[in-house]
Write a protein that binds this ligand. Structure first.
Ligand code: PEP
Length: 259
């Protein structure tokens, strides 16, 4: 069976009740998810219940972070169980903005990943190098280190319910997209790292590309053998732009099926 694409939208610190209402109306009119791709939207915590109440069954309800703790004296934190309680199904972990600006290190990413797994939330672990690291030829070393924090927690049983997103920091929100070849090179590296632990797990986990992905470049990126979908930031703020990307994923599936 053809592997599905996951196209996840990350709203970051944007949104309001009315924005979500309008987004959903536009999304539902043009819904591409039923056609053979998995589609998720990640909104700020506050809007997760509204997303959960208004999303069609085919739209996976996502949050953008989760506490590393299950419960206790952690003022302001939101636990994985709380996210589940209000309808979340998926959560972003280790986004580069959290790593860069909120002191999130590999140990914290690992702890959050464990919490998500324990509650049956689908985690998207984000990895990626900075411009400087790429220029210093450190891309693979950085990714290897970031993967090492979680790799022993992945296995053939949970890999189908986990996602990894390669997001080169220099491409996030900058309009600079990794070329399809650059994305493939790193995705292949990630897959080989995972395969060195467990070949079945490496085949089952979906690897998403994130970084200025839009309707005009999605098809080429998604055509790469190890790019299983996209994590979309800016272009997910308007349902119309997001749906345009989903259409490209579906177009690719149609092409593969007709071959
Ligand atoms: C992101 O925030 O994860 C992201 C990929 O953003 P953008 O698509 O805007 O580059």
């Amino acid at each position: 069976m053809m592997r599905k694409f996951m196209v996840a939208g990350n709203w970051k610190l944007h949104g309001s009740e009315s924005m979500l209402k309008n987004w959903m109306a536009d999304f539902v009119t043009n819904d591409q998810s039923a056609k053979g791709i998995d589609v998720a939207l990640c909104v700020p915590f506050l809007y997760v219940p509204q997303l959960s109440d208004s999303a069609p069954r085919s739209l996976i309800v996502g949050a953008q972070d989760v506490s590393a703790h299950a419960s206790g004296a952690h003022t302001g934190e939101i636990s994985a169980a709380m996210l589940k309680d209000v309808g979340a199904q998926l959560v972003l972990i280790g986004h580069s903005e959290r790593r860069q600006h909120h002191g999130e290190d590999d140990a914290l990413v690992r702890a959050k990943f464990k919490q998500a797994l324990a509650q049956g939330l689908m985690p998207i672990i984000c990895v990626g190098e900075s411009q400087q690291q790429r220029e210093n030829n450190e891309t693979f070393a950085v990714i290897e280190r970031q993967l090492a924090a979680v790799i022993d927690l992945l296995d053939a049983d949970n890999a189908g319910q986990c996602l990894l997103a390669y997001e080169p920091i220099w491409a996030i929100g900058t309009g600079l997209t990794a070329s399809a070849e650059q994305a493939q090179e790193v995705h292949q590296f990630i897959r080989s790292q995972l395969a060195s632990k467990d070949v079945t797990m490496a085949r089952q986990i979906r690897l998403l590309y994130g970084g200025s992905c839009k309707g005009s470049n999605a098809f080429e990126l998604f055509s790469m053998p190890d790019v299983d979908g996209g994590l979309i930031g800016g272009a997910s703020l308007a349902a119309e732009d997001f749906v345009a990307i989903c259409r490209q994923a579906n177009k690719l599936l149609d092409k593969k099926q007709s071959n």
